[in-house]
Design a protein around this ligand. Structure first.
Ligand code: ADP
Length: 319
């Protein structure tokens, strides 16, 4: 393999930049040329492809977002459109592609591989919802953003003796809600993986008030319902007035944490090694602090499992 490409696709996440940097530097270290595809699969079909040098990825390790930009490209589900992308890659002499993104991006990478173009997937999403890895690039940074927000909301919640509902991202996964809720000391965490019992939540709030608690923090994963919707349900059940905070896209930004930079560097370098070994159609990940790789099809068919022990713990610690 003499020339590879790299792109970022789907929802961006902090840590995509250090992953791009690792791909570029590791490849150049092995005398492989690297081309950046700008704007995800849209850039691929439009031929928005430029050579990256060592210096092209200088000064990005600490920056959120992605220097290659990202996009959603619904037409990429069409095999003829993908073929156009493959032709653009071949026109530049590119023989393998690293795709950094979420499960949708993996499906695109899988489809390209099945059409004969070897791709390796790197899990880049704040949602932590990719199977075949304990953790995705961007999850740790998003968690830290969320707990910073929870800590601030806790200050005002205490001053005014209020109950706050904080809606966090995660799509269909409850990982951000669970981890941030646990780390932020939330009283109640609602995740899509578990049903909630409004009576139990009301009882918990009542007990807290009885023992003189000044505030309550309820974290709602967007995969359950909106924070506003939950506030309405809680009002109907308890007549309690709450304040709702929707953290939104701030969770996708910010300088990647050390954990995300290290993870991105390791996974980026491993993806290049796999292409060098001629192993296309793989997805890299980390399990028990060891780098792993799976067939991208197999990885997607596995189910991402949220750590329900953590959920149990969060309930035990918020009695
Ligand atoms: P993420 O990668 O963050 O999950 P999306 O689900 O939006 O984000 O997927 C990113 C892009 O991947 C889509 O816009 C599309 O171009 C491509 N993609 C998603 N699903 C498929 C599929 N089944 N086949 C081919 N390409 C796909």
């Amino acid at each position: 393999m003499k020339r590879i490409g790299v792109l970022t696709s789907g929802g961006d996440s902090p840590g995509m930049n250090p992953a791009i940097r690792a791909v570029v530097r590791k490849a150049i270290f092995h005398n492989i040329e690297v081309y950046g595809i700008y704007g995800g699969y849209t850039g691929l079909i439009n031929g928005n492809i430029k050579k990256l040098e060592l210096g092209s990825v200088g000064d990005i390790i600490h920056r959120g977002g992605t220097m290659l930009h990202s996009a959603r490209c619904p037409e990429f589900k069409n095999p003829e459109v993908r073929q156009k992308g493959i032709e653009n890659l071949k026109a530049h002499g590119i023989e393998g592609l690293v795709v950094i993104g979420g499960d949708g991006s993996y499906r695109g990478a899988k489809a390209l591989t099945e059409q004969g173009f070897p791709c390796v997937g790197i899990p880049g999403t704040i949602d932590n919802d990719i199977p075949g890895t304990d953790v995705t690039i961007g999850f740790d940074t998003a968690l830290n953003t969320v707990i910073e927000a929870i800590d601030k909301i806790r200050d005002t919640a205490t001053s005014h003796e209020r109950t706050f509902i904080i809606e966090v991202m995660g799509r269909d996964a409850g990982d951000i809600a669970l981890w941030a809720g646990l780390a932020g000391g939330a009283e109640t965490i609602l995740i899509p993986e578990e049903n909630y019992d409004m009576n139990e939540i009301a009882e918990r709030l009542r007990k807290g008030q009885e023992r003189g608690k000044k505030h309550s923090i309820i974290i709602v994963a967007e995969g359950v319902c909106s924070g506003t919707e939950f506030a309405k349900q809680l009002k109907e059940a308890t007549n309690l007035d709450t304040r709702v905070s929707v953290l939104g896209h701030i969770q996708r930004g910010g300088s990647p944490t050390a954990a995300d930079r290290v993870l991105a560097s390791r996974l980026g370098a491993r993806a290049v090694e796999l292409l060098i070994e001629g192993k296309g159609g793989r997805a890299v990940g980390i399990e028990n602090n060891r780098l792993v790789d799976y067939d991208i099809i197999e990885a997607l068919s596995k189910e991402h499992k949220l750590d329900l022990q953590l959920y149990k713990l969060s309930q035990e610690l918020s009695i």
